[in-house]
Design a protein around this ligand. Structure first.
Ligand code: GLU
Length: 523
């Protein structure tokens, strides 16, 4: 212990204490010379991909692309009892949806596969064997009942439960004897004191004296499955991972991992722990309502770009917060040295605004616009399919015009199929009687409006229409402007309330307005 401190306190070295970020700017952030950058996102398929996971994946992706490296997806499925059906597929699907697909993954394969830990058991057994040989690990024959009792006893005396390392001291003869009746014992790793300090690229010099707070951990269970710590170290080594960028909850485990690297004679990667993503009031992102799962955002019509933008707008990794950045811009502007150790506070109430911005940006590109038109056609069909009396409303030109006209007013494509906007897609069925109840001048008003939309009517703007409609009302003695508006709203949409009449007319376009008004006259 004293030696370690002396070493750390030498001139020119950065002293390290428990996660205090001292002198971290002096650490080199890039890869060691010549070594390719390889990073991994290593979720357990025990749940669907949520915003916290997306953020970890995104920082890994950005870091890889910035350094011309590879982004690897590894699924840590060693806790077979907690696997959730569909989670593995969902994680890979959602990374693709978000636009940050892995270069190597269970589905894509790659040179360091397989990428599912349950298919790599031989590698973990090999490593455990190597550790057993040097005495860095030992077999543990303690029964589940004994371990349970130890735990209960500790809890009763208000202590943190920890294994008492009983099997550490078994002699070779005792081990041989026990193996005769218990051929597949669990393997525990002997935690050495003086855990190595390390310079985390976010938290600075850090060291956790694991041996003084924990018992020796199981690294290989009797069923042949590894626990997280061994599997993670073995895989990061064999997959040639250069940088481990993961959630800060793993910071305290890193000293244990470094002890494993040391015992296996392997060189560890660099570590950068990412602070937690929390709600703006500092509370934990809730998974209860399902509204932090990517699937929910995708179904609700949020754009991947808006999500990537908002989760990188919480003050970490960039010189400034700035709305509207695209993935290539995020890659260009990202700087790992700027990731702070403060939690990132996410204000999801702002997501609709982020979405509006990215929707507008996408609409300005021809290819993206065509895709959005296609998506809106599907939404209209889904929402109003059976009510679409005339399928002309699905005409790409009509859908595109609506989209371009309303883009500043909507946050998501879904907003355009809300009841308020149903008039855009369904033709009203209003009889003359209904209209006559609103004003007796139905014919005069309808004919006048038809006149407005003949010839150069196509270029009528909202302002021009407002003025023309006011003029029309003024020319009808005894008729109030509000009655004229009510009648036209009803004729155009079948609704008593809704957007201003001139706005409706512009959104529908001259041809559709003419159709709807003609229908009034011929009814
Ligand atoms: N399987 C761990 C998790 O789901 C990965 C931790 C790591 O990246 O090392 O958080």
């Amino acid at each position: 212990m004293a030696t370690l401190w002396r070493r750390l306190l030498q001139p020119g070295r950065v002293p390290g204490v428990w996660g205090r970020p001292l002198g971290r700017r002096q650490a080199s952030l890039g890869p060691d010379s010549g070594a390719a950058v390889r990073v991994r996102f290593a979720p357990s398929p025990t749940g669907f991909l949520h915003l916290g996971g997306l953020r970890t994946a995104l920082y890994n992706y950005i870091f890889a692309k910035k350094h011309g490296g590879s982004f690897i997806l590894r699924l840590e499925d060693t806790d077979q009892a907690r696997l959730v059906p569909g989670a593995a597929d969902n994680i890979e699907d959602m990374l693709a949806w978000a636009g940050i697909p892995p270069d190597e993954s269970p589905r894509r394969g790659g040179p360091s596969g397989p990428y599912l830990q349950s298919q790599r058991l031989a590698l973990y057994a090999q490593a455990a064997e190597a550790l057993l040989k040097t005495g860095a690990a030992y077999p543990c024959f303690c029964s589940a009942r004994r371990l349970e009792l130890l735990k209960k006893e500790a809890l009763r005396s208000h202590q943190t439960p920890r294994y008492d390392n009983r099997c550490r001291t078994l002699s070779q003869e005792q081990v041989a004897q026990k193996r005769a009746t218990e051929p597949r014992p669990a393997i525990r790793f002997r935690l050495e004191e003086e855990a190595p300090a390390f310079q985390d690229l976010v938290y600075g010099w850090t060291r956790h004296e694991v041996a003084s707070v924990e018992g020796d951990p199981v690294i290989l269970k009797s069923d042949g499955f590894p626990t997280y710590h061994l599997a993670c170290v073995v895989d990061d080594h064999h997959m040639r991972i250069s940088h481990v960028l993961r959630g800060s909850e793993w910071l305290v485990s890193t000293s244990k991992h470094l002890l494993l690297y040391r015992s296996l004679g392997w060189r560890p990667p660099r570590f950068a722990h990412l602070p937690l993503l929390l709600n703006k009031d500092g509370s934990k992102l809730s998974k209860r309502q399902g509204d932090i799962f990517l699937q929910w955002f995708s179904t609700a019509g949020f754009l991947p770009d808006a999500l990537l933008d908002i989760i990188t707008n919480c003050g970490s990794g960039f010189a400034e917060n700035q709305m509207g950045r695209t993935l290539p811009e995020l890659i260009a502007q990202f700087d790992l040295a700027r990731v702070t150790s403060h939690s990132a506070l996410l204000d999801l109430e702002k997501l609709p605004e982020f979405n509006r911005l990215h929707l507008r940006r996408l609409l300005s590109s021809g290819t993206q616009r065509r895709q959005l038109v296609g998506q809106l056609q599907v939404l209209v069909e889904e929402a109003f399919g059976s009510q679409l009396r005339d399928r002309a409303v699905l005409d790409p030109a009509h859908v595109e015009r609506v989209l371009l006209l309303r883009q500043g007013h909507i946050c998501r494509l879904q907003d355009l199929v809300s009841p308020e906007h149903s008039y855009l897609w369904t033709r009203p069925t209003v009889g003359r009687e209904q209209l006559g109840a609103l004003s007796e001048k139905v014919d005069v008003i309808a004919k006048h409006v038809l006149g407005l939309f003949e010839g150069p009517g196509a270029s009528l703007t909202q302002d021009v229409l407002n003025a023309a409609l006011k003029k029309l009302s003024d020319s009808l003695p005894g008729t109030k402007h509000s009655d004229v508006m009510r009648l036209l709203r009803m004729a155009l949409s079948g609704q008593r309330q809704g957007p201003p009449v001139a706005e409706m007319m512009v959104s529908l376009g001259p041809q559709e307005v003419r159709e709807r008004i003609q229908k009034v006259l011929s009814s």
